[in-house]
Design a protein around this ligand. Structure first.
Ligand SMILES: [Zn+2]
Length: 254
């Protein structure tokens, strides 16, 4: 789709031009908005149709949750290495139990109680092991819903001073959620997944993955223990970001 490249570059050039004080009068706000929308749409379209990851290697991976095969995928745009762990035969790719997990070093590696990431990852692996078939896609570069580890820790300090997880990102002048799932979708397609039972509490993730041509046959809630340390975080994601939890007593351990 090389013909898209000149259009994309022209649109980017127009936006750059309008941001300068000598903007041509013909480029009014409506034009800027339209061109901006075009850039975003083309960017998403290119991610949908162009291959942006390549499979690098794979190996057997015994874990505390069960035995999997781990695949390494490398992004061709930024060189980041992403991971997929697979259980069983994907076969025709129908109704595969899938977790698309955003990297959270503090939660996944150190077991931080500030969020539910580590517990969700472990639960997803256990559910796949029980089912005998499924995939966890582990996406790098999604730290702090896309703001990066350094900014995430700054946001933690703001949260300790009373801001919630959404307000903290906004106070830092950063997006509340800038995660893109184009790479995740391409990894799933490469593994042969066509329709999936997606383990997530985030309905927007279902919509975003559908936008890349994957079908979500079912959303599987993945609710993990609610504690005094993550309760406000989870409540904020439910109230402001549309996440679905049952914040009832059955999950409370405090
Ligand atoms: Zn986390």
């Amino acid at each position: 789709m090389d013909f898209l490249t000149p259009v994309y570059l022209l649109a980017a050039l127009l936006i750059g031009t309008t941001l300068q004080s000598s903007s041509p009068p013909i480029l009014n706000e409506a034009t800027i908005f339209s061109v901006g929308f075009l850039v975003i749409a083309l960017s998403l379209y290119k991610k949908k149709i162009n291959k942006i990851v390549k499979r690098v290697s794979s190996a057997r991976l015994p874990t505390a949750c069960g035995s999997f095969v781990v695949y390494c995928y490398k992004s061709m745009s930024d060189g980041l290495e992403h991971v997929a762990i697979v259980k069983g035969e994907i076969g025709k790719g129908k109704n595969v139990l899938v977790r698309v997990h955003s990297e959270c070093l503090t939660g996944d590696i150190f077991g931080s109680a500030r969020c539910d990431c580590g517990n969700q990852l472990e639960l997803a692996m256990k559910l796949i092991e029980e089912a005998g078939r499924g995939v966890v896609v582990y996406l790098r570069g999604h730290e702090g819903r896309g703001i990066g580890l350094g900014h995430k820790l700054r946001a933690y300090n703001l949260q300790d001073n009373g801001r919630d997880t959404v307000q903290a990102n906004e106070d830092l002048g950063l997006p509340v959620d800038s995660r893109d799932y184009g790479i995740g979708a391409q990894i799933l397609k490469d593994l042969g997944v066509k329709t999936m039972k997606l383990m997530t509490n985030n309905p927007i993730k279902c919509i975003k993955l559908k936008g890349y041509g994957l079908e979500v046959s079912e959303r599987v809630p993945i609710v993990t223990p609610i504690t005094k340390d993550n309760k406000r975080y989870l409540e904020t994601k439910e109230a402001k970001m549309g996440h679905l939890y049952s914040l009832g007593t059955q999950n409370a351990i405090y």
